[in-house]
Design a protein around this ligand. Structure first.
Ligand SMILES: N=c1c2ncn([C@@H]3O[C@H](COP(=O)(O)OP(=O)(O)OP(=O)(O)O)[C@@H](O)[C@H]3O)c2ncn1[C@@H]1O[C@H](COP(=O)(O)O)[C@@H](O)[C@H]1O
Length: 108
């Protein structure tokens, strides 16, 4: 296994801001705008769900990759750094998911 990370992919995606849309799918997504990117993300997420439900391991891997890629493009378009999402996840590591959900009501 290589040490390729989501941070590496996020960096590649950010670097495509100045690319030519005819040569870069990422740039064409940026040009299409957030609603289009969000729609693609939703489609890939649904395809991931279907692959999981069908127990298709190979497709699940491939659709999960599509989903993660489109999520990173969506974050970049929304001005949210992957590091911010990871920091949010890190704050949650001190408690269980059940406790985190219960605390959401307290925060409002
Ligand atoms: N990881 C990905 C990646 N995963 C999926 N995709 C693209 O996401 C699209 C998947 O959507 P679909 O299968 O629905 O494809 P489609 O029918 O062509 O899409 P639409 O016509 O509906 O827009 C395909 O075009 C894939 O090529 C990706 N495109 C780019 N990357 C990464 O981004 C880098 C930069 O890519 P460019 O911006 O194209 O240079 C690449 O080197 C990769 O590292």
């Amino acid at each position: 296994m290589s040490d390729f990370s989501l941070a590496d992919l996020a960096q590649i995606i950010a670097s495509k801001r100045g690319a030519d849309a005819a040569r870069s799918y990422t740039k064409s997504l940026f040009e299409a705008g957030t609603p289009r990117i969000a729609k693609k993300f939703g489609e890939e997420a649904v395809e991931t769900v279907i692959a999981a439900m069908e127990g298709d391991r190979k497709n699940l891997t491939s659709e999960a990759a599509d989903t993660l890629y489109h999520l990173l493009v969506l974050l970049e378009a929304g001005g949210v750094a992957l590091a911010e999402v990871l920091a949010e996840l890190e704050t949650r590591t001190v408690q269980s998911g059940h406790a985190e959900k219960a605390s959401r009501g307290e925060r409002k």
